[in-house]
Ligand binder design. Sequence first.
Ligand SMILES: C[S@@+](CC[C@H](N)C(=O)[O-])C[C@H]1O[C@@H](n2cnc3c(N)ncnc32)[C@H](O)[C@@H]1O
Length: 251
Amino acid sequence: MRDVAPPSTRQRVLPRNDPRQYDDLAGEWWRPDGVFAMLHWIAEARASLVPPADRPDALLVDLGCGAGLLAPHLAGKGYRHVGVDLTRSALAQAAAHGVTAVNGDVAAVPLADGCADVVSAGEVLEHVPDWRAAVAEACRLLRPGGLLVVDTLNDTALSRLVAVHIGERLPTVPRGIHDPRLFVDDRELVAECARHGVELRVRGARPELRGLVGWLLRRARGVVATGARAPRIVPTRSTAVLYQGWGVRKG
Ligand SMILES: C[S@@+](CC[C@H](N)C(=O)[O-])C[C@H]1O[C@@H](n2cnc3c(N)ncnc32)[C@H](O)[C@@H]1O
């Protein structure tokens, strides 16, 4: 157990979804009690959708990789992990966790067609002004038979309530990080992926409630056990807030 340090942030007041927020929050990425804690939980759930590589030199492209939180959950699966992100301060941390860092926009990725066995787009589509362009890029990067794995926030009133109006008042989500106008309708995402040859299946996801409440209480008391089990992200029938999608690119 350890005391919760005061947040190591010096956040400017910036417009919603301004990427410079990630520079101001750079010290938060890998703190188990930091404002990005929930991203770690979601990354674990995302990685569980990725099977072990089925060939040597398999490549996983992680769009909007941030500080590389997916990396520990891919350990032993046999992928080269390439991360693409706009934010250099996050990419430097991703590189320190074994990710090959590429500075770029997920809507125009500087990588070759069909290079990836797996493309992951975790918690990024809802931050991109043109999410359709990012989906087109994700599908372009996939080799035939390659796997697309995504998670994002749905474009619903409930999602705006839970993720923005409530979530951003909790210590697990940075204030102002979301622009709800960019949230992604799940049916539109499925249709867009289909247009690019990927039949996406979707399911809802949410933090397991007991784990979340326990974590929030420990956090409020100022003690988050570094070795304690993080709250799990579990499947849920409703896709109305957070949802995951996965699908294979047709050959
Ligand atoms: C909420 S974080 C998610 C990070 C990571 N996927 C995770 O789950 O830990 C969103 C990330 O997307 C990046 N991002 C936002 N818009 C982007 C864009 N157009 N191109 C590349 N990266 C972008 C941000 O810099 C940030 O690192």
